[in-house]
Design a protein around this ligand. Structure first.
Ligand SMILES: [Mg+2]
Length: 255
């Protein structure tokens, strides 16, 4: 079955901080020449599609806002527009408001928890209190940590864990490793699941999300996960590649 679409992870897959993963831009350009659509699906909630596209254009990748799906987009598209309280950064609030959601810190339908570098006890107290009152608890993603420049930063998962322990409620997660964000991406591409491959650098998020969505997966060894991690992983990728050259060979063989 020919491949018609590729779902790319971003951090560790297309770029590492400010640096392009070698060959990523050229690979995406070749896909386009061959009529294969690329979508970029990221667990990061705090960068807008405009900002991500600008970054990708720096690697010669043509980009429209619709080519980017962040966990802010996934939350806004998965949930029915309604009242919400959120822990997150500006792009999460902008995305929800643009999609018809209204901020309410008294009696909202949803409490949406994401990455927030200004997270504090008051926000935790509000989120936990609202969940106790019956608001539905949604998390964007469970990533424990993220690499930014030379730092390791506590990720969304660390904040979600605080709200989860405080409230005693488990969230619905829209980002990877759950399938919701991939379902949205596949629907946007309008192709069959057998015609889609997801590529990512993280065995704990990209690969299980692909498996849950019923699509084939490529682990690229350019970022987080190493070849020796695969044996201990609950879900194995369909293919493991060192670089974009090897990934290209796989697609050529299928098509
Ligand atoms: Mg990644």
């Amino acid at each position: 079955m020919a491949i018609k679409g590729i779902l790319f992870d971003l951090d560790g897959t297309v770029y590492l901080g400010e640096h392009e993963v070698p060959g990523a831009g050229e690979f995406v350009r070749k896909l386009k020449q061959n009529g294969i659509r690329s979508l970029f699906v990221t667990n990061r909630s705090n960068r807008s599609a405009e900002v991500v596209c600008e970054h990708l254009r720096g690697y010669g990748i043509e980009c429209e806002n619709d080519d980017i799906i962040s966990t802010s987009d996934a939350a806004a598209l998965y949930l029915k527009p309604s009242s919400y309280y959120a822990i997150g950064e500006k792009n999460l609030f902008d995305t929800l408001n643009r999609n018809g959601f209204t901020y309410d810190d008294k009696n909202p339908n949803y409490v949406i928890v994401s990455f927030d570098r200004e997270f504090n006890y008051d926000k935790l107290k509000t989120a936990v209190g609202l969940i106790y009152k019956g608001a539905k608890f949604i998390s964007t993603n469970p990533d424990h940590a993220l690499k930014m420049y030379n730092d390791i930063l506590p990720g969304t998962g660390a904040i979600v864990a605080a709200v989860e322990v405080g409230s005693g409620v488990k969230p619905i997660t829209v980002g990877k490793p759950e399938r919701i964000i991939f379902d949205i991406a596949i629907e946007r591409m309008g192709v069959n699941r057998s015609e889609v491959i997801a590529v990512g650098d993280n065995l704990l998020t990209d690969i299980p999300a692909g498996a849950a969505a019923g699509i084939r997966t490529v682990l690229i060894l350019s970022g987080m996960s190493k070849r020796e991690d695969v044996a201990g992983s609950p879900v194995e990728p369909t293919w493991i590649v060192e670089d974009y050259k090897e990934f290209g060979d796989i697609i050529t063989n299928i098509n």
